[in-house]
Design a protein around this ligand. Structure first.
Ligand SMILES: [Zn+2]
Length: 238
């Protein structure tokens, strides 16, 4: 099996993880750059829960379909322009996870409040403009908001993560949603008083920043993949 075949399997699985783990329902998508090129694998315009390795499209950073049958997901510009802006990025996830969406609408920035949140020590900038990313210009705006970081939260919309590979981008998306869900619970337990929370200091958070690298990422991916394979479509918690 070729490297691209392996990548196709990873991309399809990453998409199913997004749906099975409750980060997306009918919408959302994960992609991966074909190494050493300006092209990437992206599912057709369906729920990520329906993605299969043999029905992915190949697009380039100008948003052109290079190979495959069908129409891409309408927010393909997020992926195209992030790969254009960042040669270090090999995997991108865009999803609409509920806890992250809630957090963008209560005036609270993402905070590092538990260990798995440590990877976001550099901050999660917010993309405040509402609506879908259906143009090259808006794709560039998302890439600019994310900058050299690893994630952005998009107001009333969702999240985008960008990593060297699609597995890490997917694991990080799951961590970001877990982190946002815990932040909401902590805020609620604290009567909505954010000053009662005890965010990790920058130093503490930096200490935990390797949560999506090496063996930790491998173990997380293995688990999320197993859950995705064992869960029927629509069976994820939201
Ligand atoms: Zn979206």
């Amino acid at each position: 099996m070729s490297e691209v075949d392996d990548l196709r399997r990873d991309v399809a699985l990453a998409n199913r993880i997004l749906e099975r783990l409750g980060l997306s329902s009918a919408f959302g998508h994960a992609s991966a750059r074909i190494a050493g090129t300006n092209t990437f694998l992206l599912p057709t315009r369906r729920s990520p829960g329906l993605a299969q390795a043999d029905n992915l499209l190949v697009l380039d950073t100008e948003g052109r379909i290079v190979a495959g049958e069908g129409e891409p997901n309408s927010e393909f510009w997020i992926h195209a322009r992030l790969y254009a802006a960042r040669t270090d990025v090999g995997g991108v996830v865009h999803a609409h996870p509920p806890a992250c969406v809630c957090l963008t609408q209560i005036g609270q920035p993402h905070r590092v409040l538990h260990n798995q949140g440590g990877i976001f020590a550099g901050g999660v900038p917010e993309y405040s403009r509402i609506g879908l990313i259906r143009s090259r210009e808006l794709g560039d705006l998302v890439a600019m908001t994310l900058g050299q970081g690893i994630a952005t939260m998009m107001r009333g919309h969702g999240i985008t993560t960008a990593f060297p590979d699609v597995r890490s981008a997917t694991v990080a998306a799951c961590y970001l949603e877990e982190s946002a869900a815990l932040q909401l619970r902590m805020l609620s337990a604290a009567g909505g008083d954010a000053s009662k929370l005890q965010p990790y200091t920058r130093e503490e958070a930096e200490f935990l920043r390797d949560q999506v690298s090496g063996n930790v990422a491998k173990r997380a991916w293995e688990y999320f993949a197993a859950v995705a394979e064992a869960t029927p479509i629509g069976g994820g918690q939201r």
